[in-house]
Unconditional design. Structure first.
Lengths: 137, 185
C-alpha cells in the first residue's frame, strides 16, 4: 500500500508530460532549433516553481511527511563528467527526442519501439558501469 | 473539458512538473528518472560483476513504481484525455522536417519514419533507436542525472554541477539537431 502514492505520482507525471507535449519528438527538435518558446517555457516555469518551493521549505514553512526538513541530495563536485556526460546525453536526447522519463511514458502511449530504446539505454548504463573507473570524472 | 483535452500551455505544465518534484521530496524521496536504468541493471544481476550495480535495489522499488505509473499515465493521457488536436509547431519547423523526409510533423507524438513498427524494417531507423538509447543511457549515468534530476531538481536547488550538466545537455542537443541531423536525413 505504501507504494500507491508513488504510482499515483507517476500517473500524474505521465499525464502532464503527454499533455504538455514534452514527450513530443517534434517539440524537442523545435527546441534545439530555437524555433519555439514552448519547451523553454515549460522547463523555465518548472525551475522557477521548484526554486520557490525549495526556498519556502528552506525557511521551514514546508516539512516532509515525517516532519523533517525537505532534503535534496547534493551532487558531487566535478566538471568533466558533467560536461562530457551531458554532451553525450544531449546527443541522444536530440536524436531520439526522449529522455529517461518520456521513454516509459511513450511506451505507455503505444509507441512500442520505445522497448528498443529502453533496452539500449539500459545497455548504455551498463557500459558506463563497466568503464566507470577508466573514465575521467 | 475543452481545456483538459487540448494540449496544455507551458505555463500550466511547468509548475505541474515542479509539483511532481515537490511531492516526491515531501515523501522523502528525490526526482530522478534515470536512476531506474541503473536499478534495472542491478535487478538483472549486473552487481555480480560490477560494483557500480551492487546495491540493494529493493530500496528503489518506489522509483520503479513511479516508472510504472508514468507508463499508465501515458496510456491514460492518449486514450482518455486527448482530442484530435495536432502539436502546434512552428511552420518553419514543419517545412524543414518535411524537406528532410518526415511526412506529418506534429500529427503524432513521434515521427512514424523512426518509431512506427514497420519502420523497424529499415536498418537506419533501427540503428537510430539503438544509438540514441545507448547515448542517453551512457550519458545520463556519466553525468549523474538527466532532465529530471539535473535540469529540474538540480537547478531548482541551485546546484552548480547540475548547471554544468544542463549546459552539456544543450551543447550536445544543439550540435545534434543543427549539424549532425542534416547529415543523417
Amino acid at each position: 500500500m505504501k507504494f500507491v502514492k508513488f504510482l499515483l505520482i507517476g500517473i500524474f507525471f505521465g499525464i502532464v508530460l503527454v499533455k504538455s507535449e514534452a514527450v513530443s519528438w517534434f517539440r524537442i527538435y523545435e527546441m534545439f532549433r530555437f524555433q519555439s518558446f514552448h519547451m523553454y517555457g515549460i522547463i523555465g516555469t518548472a525551475i522557477a516553481s521548484g526554486i520557490l518551493f525549495l526556498q519556502i521549505s528552506k525557511k521551514g514553512y514546508i516539512k516532509s511527511i515525517k516532519g523533517a526538513n525537505i532534503f535534496v541530495p547534493k551532487k558531487e563536485k566535478g566538471l568533466i563528467r558533467y560536461i562530457i556526460g551531458g554532451i553525450i546525453f544531449g546527443f541522444g536526447w536530440a536524436l531520439i527526442g526522449t529522455c529517461p522519463g518520456p521513454m516509459y511514458i511513450l511506451l505507455g502511449a503505444g509507441v512500442w519501439s520505445m522497448l528498443i530504446v529502453i533496452a539500449a539505454a539500459i545497455l548504455g548504463t551498463f557500459i558506463y558501469g563497466i568503464l566507470k573507473d577508466k573514465l575521467p570524472h | 473539458m475543452h481545456y483538459l483535452l487540448n494540449p496544455w500551455p507551458w505555463y500550466v505544465s511547468g509548475p505541474l512538473i515542479a509539483l511532481v518534484m515537490a511531492l516526491l521530496l515531501y515523501f522523502g524521496k528525490t526526482f530522478g528518472m534515470s536512476s531506474n536504468l541503473r536499478t534495472m541493471c542491478s535487478i538483472a544481476g549486473a552487481g555480480k560483476f560490477i560494483d557500480f550495480f551492487k546495491f540493494n535495489w529493493k530500496d528503489q522499488i518506489w522509483n520503479l513504481t513511479v516508472v510504472l505509473g508514468s507508463l499508465i499515465g501515458g496510456y491514460i493521457a492518449v486514450k482518455f484525455l486527448s482530442n484530435d488536436s495536432v502539436t502546434n509547431l512552428n511552420p518553419t519547423t514543419v517545412t524543414e522536417l518535411q524537406i528532410m523526409g518526415f511526412k506529418n510533423p506534429g500529427i503524432t507524438l513521434v515521427p512514424n519514419e523512426i518509431f512506427a513498427l514497420d519502420a523497424l524494417a529499415s536498418p537506419k531507423a533501427l540503428m537510430l533507436l539503438v544509438v540514441g538509447g545507448l547515448l542517453v543511457g551512457f550519458g545520463t549515468r556519466y553525468a549523474g542525472g538527466c532532465t529530471s534530476g539535473h535540469a529540474i531538481l538540480g537547478l531548482s536547488s541551485l546546484q552548480k554541477p547540475s548547471l554544468i550538466a544542463v549546459i552539456g545537455f544543450f551543447i550536445g542537443g544543439l550540435i545534434m539537431a543543427n549539424f549532425i541531423f542534416p547529415l543523417i536525413f
